[in-house]
Design a protein around this ligand. Structure first.
Ligand code: SF4
Length: 328
């Protein structure tokens, strides 16, 4: 039987994941594990590119995030789940790729400038400029065919392809050219109507209990033009309705939309319907993640085993790289 095509993706260990992280990436990863040979990694070195002084927070954040991964349905039997820094081959390939990557290629990556501006970084580090090269090493050390990404990450995959091409041209064919697998990301608003984000303090977390979710949804922002119960509303501009589109089956959703437009229901009635569907969907994830938080040894073993498996694959690639470059 032909080997499955390979998929690789990673996440920085930011701690507990929220609904936006789940719907923007994790939910898609869970589906990919049936069709592809998947490598999913915790990008702890990448976290240092913008937060090198916060390195001590990484171990705890990493465990919380891994518990969310498993809670959401990633399965260590079907996907290789590992920690980047446990596979030093990423660093070795990064160094080698650094030698053949012109600085101009990195300076034109749009996310570099955006990140520097958005985060107000006065003096960007060498690591931040070079992080797409580390990303190329992350991908190519597993010879991944596909990388699930949002549209903003496409230039990074293009850079990875350019690095693979240059390497193959100079030293002979070792790497496939991976393709971006565009992930359709639904609009996931936070409780204040802005994009859901940890830094806006508007997020619903996968670890939130039914009570916490209820307390967050009840005061959630709605159609701003619907000030009184008697005012008809417009679901299409309402952040609560964006969540209905994701979690509420069509008959209940239609009931809410009609009641909103005719002022037949109030926003609290509408939010109750959302909670009826949102809470059960998240409680399954929360209960599963909780089991891993209660048994950190098991979680550690899963990550150790996954990292050992990843290391074997990365080791095979590095043997070919050294051979191709004559670095025996
Ligand atoms: S009834 Fe529902 S859709 Fe309409 S404004 Fe209120 S919360 Fe939003």
């Amino acid at each position: 039987m032909a080997e499955k095509r390979r998929v690789l993706s990673g996440m920085r260990p930011t701690g507990k994941l929220h609904l936006g992280n789940y719907l923007g990436a994790l939910d898609n990863w869970v589906r990919l594990q049936d069709e592809y040979r998947c490598f999913f990694f915790i990008a702890d070195w990448h976290a240092l590119t913008t937060g090198y002084a916060e390195s001590r927070e990484i171990p705890e954040n990493l465990m919380e995030m891994a518990a969310d991964w498993l809670g959401a349905g990633l399965d260590p039997e079907r996907a290789t789940l590992f920690i980047q820094s446990k596979v030093p081959e990423h660093a070795e390939l990064h160094v080698l790729f650094s030698m053949l990557t012109p600085i101009a290629w990195l300076e034109r990556v749009p996310t570099f400038k955006e990140m520097v501006e958005q985060l107000g970084i006065e003096s960007p580090s060498y690591g931040l400029l070079g992080y797409p090269v580390l990303q190329a090493a992350d991908i190519l050390v597993y010879k991944a065919n596909y990388v699930p990404v949002g549209v903003d990450q496409v230039p990074h995959i293009e850079l990875t392809r350019e690095i693979a091409r240059r390497f193959n041209h100079v030293y002979g064919p070792v790497f496939p050219e991976p393709e971006a697998k565009l992930t359709e990301i639904p609009k996931v608003p936070g409780t204040d109507g802005r994009k859901m984000s940890k830094s806006y303090n508007n997020a619903i977390y996968l670890s939130d209990s039914a009570e916490v979710i209820t307390a967050k949804v009840k005061p959630m922002m709605t159609d701003p033009a619907r000030k009184r119960r008697s005012d008809p509303g417009n679901p299409e501009v309402c952040p609560v309705f964006d969540l209905h589109k994701i979690f509420t089956p069509s008959d209940d959703r239609e009931w809410c939309a009609t009641g909103c437009r005719s002022a037949g229901i109030g926003c609290l009635d509408c939010k109750d319907v959302l909670l009826k569907h949102l809470i059960p969907a998240l409680s399954k994830i929360r209960e599963r993640r909780e089991q891993y938080i209660q048994r950190p040894g098991e979680l550690q073993d899963i990550l150790e085993d996954g990292s050992a498996k990843a290391r074997r694959v990365a080791g095979e690639t590095m043997a070919q790289v050294r051979e191709a470059m004559g670095l025996r």
